[in-house]
Design a protein around this ligand. Structure first.
Ligand SMILES: [Zn+2]
Length: 193
């Protein structure tokens, strides 16, 4: 699995660094170095931060709190109080420095400021009554994303990650059942067309 930024919000992208949460969770942030790479890849964050072990642990706790609150929102439940406390505390941290230039925005700050920014991004989407949060339609993905499409008709977190995979699997299943309908090719000595 590669880092993917398809959730429409960086906090949701952070939560999705654990995939297949209900079956066999895959954690893409196994080490502080993984988190540094993730921050560098995320378009809304500074190009370079250093992750010390303690702040790395805070980042993982924030990630799980964001995921829990997003899931609460998807399921129409009340927010989990412990997760609210973690996100609120992170948001009260230092802020990123933002500079506007001809090349657009330049963000700088340390990992604490990054976590504060991510907590604030999570708050913005979780507090928005019009934000349409969904879980990806591919069984086993479990990524929660912000559906901004007209009429909120998106089914997948991303076409590359999931949509095309589901469509390809459905195509293979149709071909298999088509062969079964013809008697597994037995009626056709030449095998399936
Ligand atoms: Zn997906």
């Amino acid at each position: 699995m590669e880092f993917a930024f398809v959730s429409g919000n960086p906090a949701l992208d952070l939560a999705a660094t654990v995939g297949s949460r209900r079956d066999e969770p895959v954690d893409l942030l196994a080490t502080p170095g993984d988190l540094e790479r993730w921050v560098a890849r995320c378009g809304e964050l500074p190009d370079r931060v250093t992750a010390d072990p303690a702040t790395f642990e805070s980042a993982l706790a924030l990630r799980e709190a964001i995921y829990r609150l997003a899931l609460d929102r998807v399921l129409g439940r009340r927010f989990d109080p412990g997760s609210l406390a973690i996100v609120n505390a992170a948001a009260a941290g230092p802020v990123l420095t933002i500079e506007l230039g001809d090349g657009g925005l330049r963000m700088s700050g340390d990992l604490r400021a990054v976590l504060s920014h991510l907590a604030r991004s999570a708050m913005a989407v979780l507090a928005d009554p019009h934000a349409c949060l969904k879980e990806c339609g591919r069984a086993g993905c479990t990524r929660i994303y912000l559906d901004r499409s007209r009429g909120a008709r998106r089914t997948w977190c991303g076409m590359d990650q999931c949509g095309n995979r589901v469509k390809a699997a459905a195509y293979r299943a149709r071909r298999r059942s088509g062969r079964r309908d013809r008697g597994d090719g037995l009626a056709h000595p030449g095998g399936p067309a």
